[in-house]
Write a protein that binds this ligand. Sequence first.
Ligand SMILES: Nc1ncnc2c1ncn2[C@@H]1O[C@H](COP(=O)(O)OP(=O)(O)OP(=O)(O)O)[C@@H](O)[C@H]1O
Length: 240
Amino acid sequence: MHDAVTVSSLVVHRGSREVLRGLSFGVPAGRVTGLLGPSGSGKTTLARAVVGVQRVRSGTVTVLGAPAGSPGLRARVGYVTQAPSVYPDLTVGENARYFAALYGRGAREAAAAVADVGLAGDAGRLVRDLSGGQRGRASLACALVGEPELLVLDEPTVGLDPVLRVELWARFAALAAAGATLLVSSHVMDEAARCDRLLLLRDGDLLADCTPAELRARSGTDDLEAAFLQLVREREQVAA
Ligand SMILES: Nc1ncnc2c1ncn2[C@@H]1O[C@H](COP(=O)(O)OP(=O)(O)OP(=O)(O)O)[C@@H](O)[C@H]1O
């Protein structure tokens, strides 16, 4: 298995702070990799670096064989930010068809993407009339419609009920099984169990780069939240 993304010695400063402190890792192709960590640990900054919109201080980010942000990657990489990026005065279906057209896809693909995020029944509604969670899913549909090889999703399940969360994670697994690479950030540790691989971030440092099973074995607990806390404690003891 090859890596779709390779990050090497990545350092990012935002304002006067070093928010990513020399990270190195690979994101395996055709898998769901979870980017887990508490609020402020650097997940969004790392996602931005992967899609090439973050100024980096040093290090390299290689995506699908090219430097992150290269023009040739535009149609091959999808990015869904925490703030939904859809047009409020268009319907869900119109948004999806608009993005489909940008990617050279048609109405059929647009309808499929809307159905994939559980919004088929809301396709005719204006985005401005939707709930926050529905808007987020509309935004996700607009990224899915381009069938990108790499999909970077920043906390896509925030504000969703448990049933929809499970459905979306099943959808992510299906996309990976079809060959796509997904990098999905979350601060909910129970979502970690649904990932093939985990990157655990804390204060801009990579605490672990492993599978959920490896994390459980290493910490001797089945509870991934407890395993993460144990890693934090170990790191603090080493630093002390
Ligand atoms: N525009 C900015 N200017 C200065 N510092 C910033 C800026 N954006 C983020 N930061 C800082 O960078 C650090 C990492 O932020 P980031 O948004 O990447 O974290 P996160 O893990 O995605 O958090 P959350 O889960 O709350 O979205 C934080 O300490 C944050 O305060």
